[in-house]
Write a protein that binds this ligand. Structure first.
Ligand code: SAH
Ligand code: SF4
Ligand code: F3S
Length: 477
């Protein structure tokens, strides 16, 4: 559980374990589905596709797994402890299943893909194992289980993007939503399991993305986050009909602009940018469109070029710094966040200090920080020895976290005294006397409720003070 405790604030993980609840469709009687998601935002977005596929078959959803007919857990394999968390949760489902033997338990997502039918041998309560590209097959897999056979589909696809499926928004605030624009990953970062669990990279047809964003806007949503493991390599080349000239290739920068042009009131965010691929075209698109947010998640992983090479990140320290300089030049007010791994194979103390130096160079607004966890089957597991003792990895991690705390605070303090545009997401977690929402740079802002404004409105907030993670102020329209 170390990571979730030490990560400053990990929005990918903060929602973990939450039950996903959506309105029951009235008048539809059917079996009850409970779905719980772990891991990255793409997994949460996938659960919304799964819910949509099953609701089309008459399922209702429930927020209580004990009353569910079908219990799904959408899993993550990124680090050892992410998998451990899932196994612990499955143990809790065991008791519910012993009371209700008809209950179907399914494992979806990255762990399903990694372990395949081995899951059925290891975890006796699991009835169905389904990989991220096989969700269309869920209704027939459930039928198979109804007929008394445990079922597995972990086929990966080169084409599947679920483009035509309208996700059912789960656990929504009605203001912000995620849209998957691509799936899979073709990079082979040596530490990473994602290329094995999510398959080859493929981009989704752009008009279906714009349609989904437009539908969200029409339903009152005011912010969309475009999701991919490496959004900068988004690429759509329309098929050419015979005798027709080739149509223009849609790059990520073009897609961003297409979505931003839906309406100036729709904010556009995106994640994740890869340092090797982020182009100035993207940076200019951000600078030129007020509603494309000034916030870039640019994972560095390490500040040392030798370690970056072992990680197969395909950029070095100088390249990364040049990209940061370009961001600062083209979008001076841009916030930058990052991911850091400490204690990768053979990392020396000096090399670790290079990571701390990189943090000083960039002064990240925010960071997700992890101790290296060897994943079976990855290039690093095959090629290098996981030779840094846990105490050393964790001590280095503590140092990285301490530095990030300082920087996060400095970056927030720099906003005090300024008036910022905030999109109201709802009441603050602590009190319904306060609203909360994010500024352009993705910082959370809390301010007293003003009855003239409601969720989904933009307001100007004068920032008066800050904590280590939140700006506090008052409406100053
Ligand atoms: N596509 C994104 C990363 C997705 S995984 C990118 O390229 O940046 C999210 C983060 O988990 C990674 O950036 C990395 O910091 C961390 N991570 C991935 N594999 C890991 C491992 N084996 N051990 C520790 N952290 C890992
Ligand atoms: Fe993993 Fe690298 Fe792909 Fe990110 S870019 S998902 S770290 S292989
Ligand atoms: Fe985890 Fe799979 Fe996402 S391994 S981080 S859920 S792509």
């Amino acid at each position: 559980m170390l990571e979730s405790q030490i990560t400053l604030k990990d929005h990918d993980e903060a929602r973990q374990g939450e039950a996903l609840l959506l309105d029951k469709k009235e008048g539809r009687s059917g079996r009850k589905l409970y779905i719980e998601s772990y891991g990255c935002q793409m997994n949460f977005a996938d659960s919304e596709i799964v819910a949509s596929i099953l609701m089309d078959k008459g399922f209702e959803t429930t927020g209580d797994y004990k009353e569910a007919d079908v219990v799904f857990i959408n899993t993550c394999s990124i680090r050892e402890n992410a998998e451990q968390r899932v196994r612990n949760r499955l143990k809790e489902f065991e008791t519910a299943k012993s009371k209700n033997p008809g209950m179907i338990v399914g494992v979806l997502g990255c762990m399903a893909e990694r372990l395949k039918s081995k899951f059925l041998e290891e975890e006796k309560l699991v009835d169905v194992v389904v990989g991220p590209d096989a969700y269309r097959d869920l209704p027939s897999l459930i039928e198979q289980v109804d007929d008394g056979t445990r079922a597995v589909n972990v086929l990966l696809s080169r084409e599947e993007t679920y483009a035509d499926i309208n996700p059912v928004r789960l656990n929504t605030n009605g203001v912000t939503a995620f849209i998957s624009i691509m799936r899979g990953c073709d990079n082979m970062c040596s530490f990473c399991v994602v290329p094995f669990t999510r398959g080859r990279e493929r981009s989704r047809e752009p008009r279906s993305i714009v349609r989904e964003a437009q539908a969200l806007f029409d339903a009152g949503y005011r912010e969309v986050t475009l999701l991919g493991q490496n959004v900068d390599s988004y690429k759509w080349t329309p098929p050419v009909a015979e005798g027709e000239p080739a149509a223009e290739t849609i790059t990520f920068a073009k897609l961003l602009v297409m979505v931003a042009e839906i309406n100036p009131l729709l904010r556009v965010r995106f994640s994740t940018s890869h340092p090797k691929d982020i182009t100035n075209e993207v940076l200019y698109a951000i600078a030129e469109h007020e509603n494309i947010c000034n916030y870039i998640h640019l994972p560095v992983q390490s500040g040392n070029s030798r370690i970056l090479e072992l990680m197969n990140r395909t950029y070095d320290k100088e390249w990364y710094q040049e990209r940061v300089d370009a961001i600062r030049r083209i979008i001076p007010s841009c916030a930058i966040s990052t991911d850091v791994i400490t204690g990768f194979c053979t990392e020396t103390e000096d090399e670790h200090r290079d990571t701390l130096a990189m943090m000083d160079y960039v002064q990240y607004d925010y960071a997700y920080m992890f101790a290296y966890s060897e994943r079976p089957g990855t290039l690093a597991a095959k090629r290098y020895e996981d030779d840094i003792p846990d105490e050393v990895k964790n001590r280095r991690l503590t140092e990285v976290i301490a530095k990030q705390r300082e920087h996060s605070l400095l970056r927030l303090q720099a906003q005090v005294g300024k008036t910022q545009k905030v999109l109201i997401e709802g009441y603050s977690k602590r009190s319904d006397k306060d609203y909360c929402g994010r500024n352009d740079q993705n910082a959370m802002v809390v301010f007293p409720v003003d009855e003239r404004f409601k969720k989904g409105d933009y307001v100007h907030v004068l920032v008066e003070k800050c904590t280590s993670a939140t700006l506090i102020g008052k409406i100053n329209n």
